[in-house]
Design a protein around this ligand. Structure first.
Ligand SMILES: [Zn+2]
Length: 410
């Protein structure tokens, strides 16, 4: 019997074959994502209280890694629920459904992302989403929101699948209305820095504590560097939201790679970027300044086929999991959760599991000021995942959010 018999009798060690603990205090064992060594993590009242290296796992058949839950800063929707295009249909129940489906993929925190749309729809959906922040059923899985657009480049290619009629210049008063509707929970906004007024807008957002991201743009080196000097911190899905035909020297990709102060987010679903692009981006930015995002949409976790958006556009989800917008010959976001990106970037770059989890949990927590999560260490929320590494995706076995078991694989 390991040391601490009395202690173990009042809590419990949870290994691969023991189900949900009822106690406010319990332990999990697994192989640490950091270096594969066996660890025992104690949880008290929803937080990690200790992380202890142990000789071997109590259950010798346990093959599971343990890591902090994944944090996805770009989630447009999931499993049939859209945050942007739902019209009047987005409901609190819908947000719960999407969140529960994401828990199955190991996502313990995410930023619902509203994309370019009418003022009215954005205000209304921010108001609905604001209710989810304090929804006890979600256990704090939604710490805030991402606004991608509407202040982006209107040109085909750069605009991506964002509807042109709703693209506009940055408007601080309008943005303050969005912010108010969100209950002051917009953590980040993606904009095109070359739009009239965008540099001042960037400075104002930064002063207000929001993270400005550069995306869907065709900005020059000077403008990109100026945006960074004004506080912009990250490029959104670098290599996407960019026209297919660009000048080989003068294009927005090089200066974003060359600016050492700029982090990048990338979509590692196997469709948005070629392996060599991921290797180069990762080679330059490293695990310190790379963040994995899914850019996942409501079409994720649905059967392959053609779908109509509420705007009457046709979207195609291929059997291989690619989500296309045939009218513009561009991708329409992703159909794969961020867990797939963890495996894909390991495969493509040879990076460690520790680095992949860092890019999918620790880095976004740091960037968006979520100091209570993103690490498996004492004092952090007990947002934890137990998993094995599959061929194309993490095989999530259990997900804990704030110390509560919210998903267990069959
Ligand atoms: Zn985008």
């Amino acid at each position: 019997m390991p040391k601490g018999n009395i202690f173990i009798s009042i809590c419990m060690i949870v290994s691969a074959n023991i189900i949900q603990p009822a106690a406010a205090q319990f332990q999990l064992e697994g192989y640490s994502y950091l270096d594969g060594s066996p660890v025992r993590v104690e949880i008290r009242d929803g937080k990690i209280s200790t992380v202890e290296r142990i000789e071997k796992l109590t259950d010798e058949t346990n093959r599971l890694f343990i890591a902090p839950g994944l944090i996805d800063s770009q989630v447009n929707g999931y499993a049939g629920i859209s945050f942007s295009f739902a019209g009047g249909e987005l409901t609190r129940e819908g947000v719960r459904e999407a969140t529960k489906a994401l828990w199955k993929k190991g996502v313990t925190s995410y930023l619902p992302t509203l994309t370019t749309n009418s003022h009215e729809l954005l205000v209304r959906n921010f108001e609905i989403l604001a209710g989810a922040i304090d929804d006890e059923a979600l256990l704090g899985s939604i710490p805030g929101f991402h606004l991608e657009g509407p202040y982006i480049n209107p040109e085909d290619g750069y605009r991506g699948a964002h509807p042109r009629q709703h693209v506009r210049k940055p408007d601080w008063d309008e943005f303050m209305a969005f912010r108010q509707a969100s209950g002051d929970h917009i953590l980040t906004v993606t904009l095109a820095p070359e739009m009239e007024g965008a540099l001042d807008f960037t400075r104002s957002c930064t002063a207000e504590g929001m993270v400005v991201a550069l995306g869907h743009h065709n900005a020059s080196t000077w403008i990109i560097d100026q945006a960074v000097a004004n506080g912009a911190k990250i490029s959104t899905h670098l290599g996407n939201g960019c026209a297919n035909m660009i000048n080989r020297h003068v294009n927005p990709i090089w200066p974003q790679l060359a600016n050492d102060q700029l982090s990048i987010s990338i979509i590692c679903d196997g469709f948005h970027l070629l392996p060599e692009e991921i290797r180069v981006f990762y080679g330059i930015k490293g695990p310190e300044r790379t963040i994995l995002i899914s850019d996942v949409t409501s079409y994720a976790a649905l059967p392959p086929g053609e779908y109509q958006t509420p705007d009457g556009e046709t979207i195609e989800l291929t059997p291989g999991g690619m989500l296309r917008y045939p009218a513009q010959n561009v991708l329409y976001g992703s159909a794969s959760a961020i867990s797939k990106g963890v495996v894909h970037i390991m495969k493509v770059t040879g990076c460690s599991l520790a680095d992949a989890i860092r890019m999918a949990s620790t880095n976004p927590a740091d960037l968006y000021g979520l100091g209570d999560r993103g690490m498996m260490e004492p004092g952090k929320r007990a947002d934890l995942i137990l998993f094995t590494i599959g061929n194309d995706d993490l095989e999530i076995q259990r997900t804990y959010v704030r110390g509560k078991l919210v998903f267990k694989a069959d």
